[in-house]
Design a protein around this ligand. Sequence first.
Ligand code: F6R
Length: 242
Amino acid sequence: MFHVTIKDTYDEVSKEAFKIMKSVLNGDHTPVLGLATGSSPVGLYQEMIKDHKENGTSYKDILTFNLDEYIGLPRDHRESYWTFMHQNLFNYIDIPDENVHVPLGCGEDPEADCRAYEDELSRHIVDVQVLGIGSDGHIAFNEPGCPFDSLTHLMDLTEQTRRDNARFFDGDITQVPTKAATMGLASIMRARKIIMIATGENKADAIKGMMKGPMTVDCPASILQAHPEVYVFLDKAAASKL
Ligand code: F6R
């Protein structure tokens, strides 16, 4: 079930999304957080950092699981998702590094690393999973065609996704990795609540497919139609095709 909030600016979208995050952080137990990278959640993470500084919200006992990681980038690469999460959130809150989980993209046996990640994830229930959406309808790096029952796995990135993400790699698509390790669609669906953040016109078709299209692997995000509690935060451009 989708609960949709549409705001004028990215800042307002992030503040609204934070309200759901804050309610989970203030809940009756120490939560497990599912986190995403990319541009969409950066404002939410800024709100979390501000709240940590101003209100002392602590992450000492909180576990986090990230959605995905590029294959082939060492953890200290400037564009690895490990680095992204530290630069945009973890370095500014009091979470111990041992509580942080990001799929391993640089191991010797990436398939075994995916199985180990799913194994660890399956020992917990994610209280809230933060998601962005790709212009091709992907969530995490589950690209069109990915089965709905997928668990953490390796995925070939589509040309469209690599083109979209080239902006982080000096605009050069050849530098964008071709594969990622990603939580699967079934892994994501186990989360109790989902926060989806999307802004900008290039997300409008994907948001329409997610909410109004048929539930089909052609638009992986459409699986969220079957989730009981999805909070969708959009600006007007991303909502323009609803
Ligand atoms: C990132 C992720 C991706 C992004 C999506 C949108 O961990 O899983 O699905 O959420 O590619 O990226 P942005 O927010 O950069 O437009």
